[in-house]
Structure formats: structure tokens, C-alpha cells
Design a protein around this ligand. Structure first.
Ligand code: ATR
Length: 274
């Protein structure tokens, strides 16, 4: 008799660069869980068919990355409250009760900030740059930490205003343009824009980072990102990229699937080494 090993995968387009197979394979080895995890390239418009086929073949769960997080939200039968609010799903669990959808990006960010970097968000003035899918995915867990306020600034100001309204019942959150940030100061600036793809930083006024404040880029790369470098130039106490968040969101997914918490620090260290 052959033993069938539980199958998991990440679906995206592109997906070859994904670190998720490596992260989950390290988690599995560390916790003694028998599972296989691979990356599957899916063509745009094909997500539901690909996810259904994976499920039909006995797949236990999926991670979902760009550009399918909204498709996964539609695909799920049951949504966690945070996924419902984010309008995006990055984790699917195939269970007897149906397809469960969750979004572990925001909790991953908050865990990285609180636990790995030792910074509390309570009472802090937070500036969130960007109003796309990445920003929407982290707002609820950020507001749950009871910051003094969250200001969302975006190139297209209407999107920032709309997002602020959508989350306004969860805390003090407003939207504005980058220019309107002049004269204001924040303790934490989180970059959730895609500007880094062009090695650029949104046009921020001088002095917007408070003394002792710090910067967090949801993106990460081999070299320090443009926003991490910007933070250093502004004298940030810490200016960090999103590698820790990547590993923490994976740990949240792993827990959802396997009921076991992996240790993230050694995995973050392994990825940092290359
Ligand atoms: P994601 O899922 O990564 O959030 P998205 O939903 O397409 O992707 O959102 C991209 C975000 O990056 C948006 O907030 C976008 O601003 P607009 O809403 O004005 O398009 C922002 N963005 C992209 N390129 C940018 C740039 N060069 N400077 C500033 N903001 C940028």
C-alpha cells in the first residue's frame, strides 16, 4: 500500500519566484508534518478551474498570490471575518464542510511587527501608503491593535477615501493624497504601494516620519528596497522589509491547515541567507 502525502500548493501568475514552497517545506520538516507543497502557475481567468482540479485530486489547501486573491475570495464557501473584510483570500482550506477562505497577510504583518521587531502599535500614529489589495488586506488587523489613528495616503485619492470609509467602524481611519501629508507626522509608515516594482518611493513630504519613528515595506527583495532605503535616509529607528511578514503569514496558513505552529525565526534567518 502506498501512503498518500497531503498536498498543498501556491497558485499565482507569475509564481516561479515564490518562496512559499521553501517556507512550508522547512515548516513541515521542523514540525514533523508529512506534506508536499509546490508552486502552480495558473493562467489569468483560470483560477477557479485550477483550484477545483487541485481539490478534486485530493489537495488539502492552497495559498493564493497575485493576481488571484479576489478570485479566491469568490471561490471560498466560508470566509473568516478578516478575509470577508479584506475582500481578498490568500489561504484556502479544503475541508468536509466546504472550502474555507482566510487572509493571513494582515495577521502576518502584525505578528512580525509585534513579536519579531518588538514594536507595539497601540497609540501609534500610522501612515499606510497605497489603497490597493495589499493595503486592504492589512487594515483590519492593524486597527485591531488600537493605534491612535491610521491615515491612508494614495496617488488616486478617491481610493484612499473609499478604503477609509469601508474600515471606519473599526477605528480612527482617514484618507488623503500624498501632498496633504505636508506638516503631519507619523510614528510608523507602512508602504503598501507597488511603487517599489519600479524601484521608486511615493512622493512624501520632508519630515513626515516622526523622530524615533520607523518604516515597514510590505515588499522585500535581495537588496534593500527603495522604501527601506528611504527610511534610512529619513533617520528611521528601524526600516525593514516584508520578509518577516511573508514567513509569518505562511505560519498562520500552516496553522490553519495543520493545527501546529511552526517556529518562524529559523526560517526567516534561512531565507535571509539566500
Ligand atoms: P496590490 O495588490 O499590490 O496592492 P494594486 O491593488 O494594483 O496592487 O494596488 C497598487 C497600489 O500601489 C495602489 O495604491 C497604487 O496607486 P493608485 O491607486 O493610484 O494606482 C499604488 N502605486 C502603484 N505604483 C505607484 C507609484 N509609482 N507611486 C505611488 N503609488 C503607486
Amino acid at each position: 500500500m502506498t501512503t498518500v502525502i497531503d498536498q498543498y500548493a501556491v497558485m499565482g501568475h507569475p509564481v516561479a519566484h515564490s518562496q512559499s514552497p521553501r517556507i512550508h517545506t522547512l515548516f513541515a520538516a521542523q514540525t514533523g508534518q508529512a506534506l508536499e507543497y509546490r508552486a502552480i502557475l495558473v493562467e489569468p481567468g483560470e483560477f477557479a478551474a485550477a483550484a477545483r482540479a487541485f481539490y478534486a485530486a485530493g489537495g488539502k489547501g492552497l495559498n493564493v498570490t497575485v493576481p488571484f486573491k479576489q478570485d479566491a475570495w469568490v471561490f471560498a464557501d466560508i470566509l473568516s471575518a478578516r478575509a470577508e473584510r479584506a475582500g481578498a483570500v490568500n489561504t484556502l482550506r479544503f475541508g468536509p464542510g466546504g472550502v474555507q477562505g482566510d487572509n493571513t497577510d494582515g495577521p502576518g504583518l502584525v505578528r512580525d511587527v509585534l513579536v519579531n521587531h518588538g514594536v507595539s502599535l497601540a497609540g501609534q500614529r500610522i501612515l499606510l501608503l497605497g489603497a490597493g489589495g495589499a493595503a486592504r488586506g492589512v487594515l483590519q488587523p492593524l486597527l485591531a491593535e488600537r493605534p491612535a489613528l491610521v491615515v491612508i495616503a494614495n496617488r488616486t485619492v478617491e481610493k484612499a477615501l473609499g478604503l477609509a470609509v469601508r474600515f471606519s467602524d473599526l477605528g480612527r481611519v482617514t484618507g488623503c493624497s500624498f501632498a496633504e501629508l505636508a506638516g503631519r507626522q507619523f510614528d510608523l509608515i507602512i508602504n503598501a504601494t507597488a511603487a517599489g516594482l519600479e524601484d521608486a518611493v511615493p512622493p512624501l513630504p520632508e519630515g513626515v516620519l516622526a523622530a524615533g519613528g520607523w518604516c515597514y515595506d510590505l515588499m522585500y527583495g535581495r537588496e534593500p528596497t527603495a522604501f527601506v532605503r528611504w527610511g534610512w535616509e529619513q533617520g528611521a529607528a528601524q526600516s525593514v522589509d516584508g520578509l518577516g511578514m511573508l514567513v509569518e503569514q505562511a505560519a498562520e496558513s500552516f496553522y490553519l491547515w495543520r493545527g501546529v505552529w511552526p517556529e518562524t525565526a529559523p526560517v526567516i534567518a534561512a531565507l535571509r541567507e539566500g
